[in-house]
Design a protein around this ligand. Structure first.
Ligand code: KG4
Ligand code: ZN
Length: 347
């Protein structure tokens, strides 16, 4: 099989998505989001998301195949996110994918959604170099990974000890009165602010804690510092300089992520950094990573915006990697895993 054709299906959170990838070529990419239905609750409501998946599953998969000009019988394999994610949401995608696989006799791979976020960069930049470093920044994860082989071998080099970067942004956004998800609002306001207006700590970068946790992250201190400052200003009756608050927060978070990622690349002798996850859409982080990459001689591979947030292409791409590597498909009775560890690529 020279260029495997894989149908990828995604339903971990609020996006129902399906896509077809052939080798390193994206042949179709369909995404339906239920985010608007959650916004007024200030967070994703699992039951609403599950129902939306049940409604969108067949239309999404049908459109992905039709856009690629294919029938289900034309694909070499099906891949579906088996975790981590919301249990009810995962159950819809995985049950649907199992039915398709059983009916068509195609092999099925239950894949790790988070690893899909980094795998997707291959559509733009080609195959991974061997032994490379990856930075995962999604809503729930902030981790540095050593990727020996994306289909089989991944180690966690560092991870957040408390909040993920995306969570930290979403929490500060709520404090500033932005609707959920707040990350993109902080991004937009930060573009007009002064990143040095407010002193914001850079967690685990200095002193003993920094030395003990060179590759780990902590964003709860950042969140608390910004919250205290804003509350203090409000109590004093002063107007909050929202753009400056956003810019200072974004600069601190982006600088810590970029510094630690570059340090990891040096330590692991990697001249490439793969970046993925919803938070990699953040423009301050993208700029900072590219800047640090240039001065450290590291090629930084960040997905184009539409492939940063959840999609089916990331699932299909990782499916292609598994087929190419000759990894056995998942057993027909594989279970979903809401807390799937980052070291597990497929079920
Ligand atoms: O990976 P993702 O789509 O969902 C998970 O799998 O967790 O990531 C969603 C996260 C949310 O916290 C959202 O606020 C954040 O990514 N996000 C952003 C931006 N776009 C999405 N954060 C900052 N700036 C952005 N432009
Ligand atoms: Zn995600």
């Amino acid at each position: 099989m020279s260029e495997p054709i894989v149908l990828g299906i995604e339903s971990t959170c609020d996006e129902t998505a399906a896509a077809v990838v052939q080798g390193r070529t994206l042949r179709s990419n369909v995404v339906a989001s239920s985010m608007e239905e959650h916004a007024r609750y200030g967070g994703v409501i699992p039951e609403i998301a599950s129902r939306a998946h049940a409604e969108a599953f067949v239309p999404c998969v049908s459109k992905a195949l039709a856009d690629a000009g294919l029938e289900l019988s034309d694909v070499d394999a099906i891949a579906v996110s088996a975790g981590p994610g919301l249990a009810g949401c995962l159950a819809v995608g995985v049950s649907g994918a199992k039915a398709l696989a059983w009916a068509s006799g195609k092999p099925l791979y239950g894949i790790n959604h988070v690893i899909g976020h980094i795998a997707v960069t291959q559509l733009q930049f080609g195959p991974f170099p061997k032994d490379t470093l990856a930075l995962i920044v999604s809503g729930g994860h902030t981790s540095l990974l050593h990727v020996g082989d994306v289909a089989r071998h991944i180690d966690v080099v560092g991870t957040t000890l408390d909040d993920a970067a995306g969570e930290c942004f979403d929490k500060v956004a709520r404090l500033l009165g932005f609707p959920y998800p707040g990350g993109p609002h902080i991004d937009r306001h930060a573009q007009h602010g002064d990143p040095h207006a407010i002193r914001v700590p850079q967690g685990l970068t200095q002193g003993k804690a920094g030395a003990k946790h060179p590759y780990d992250f902590s964003f709860s201190g950042v969140k608390t510092a910004v919250a205290r400052w804003v509350e203090g200003e409000r109590a004093a009756g002063r107007e909050i300089p929202v753009d400056d608050v956003c810019a200072s927060l974004a600069d601190s978070v982006a600088t810590v992520l970029a510094k630690k990622a570059m340090r990891g690349c040096r330590q692991y002798d990697s001249d490439t950094l793969i970046v993925g996850g919803g938070f990699s859409a953040n423009s301050q982080l993208r700029a900072k990573l590219l800047e640090f990459g240039r001065s450290n001689g590291v090629e930084v591979r960040i997905p184009e915006l539409r492939l940063c947030t959840d999609n089916g292409a990331m699932v299909a791409m990782l499916g292609v990697n598994l087929v190419e590597a000759g990894v056995a498909p998942s057993a027909p009775d594989f279970a979903i895993d809401s807390a799937m560890p980052l070291t597990k690529v497929s079920m």
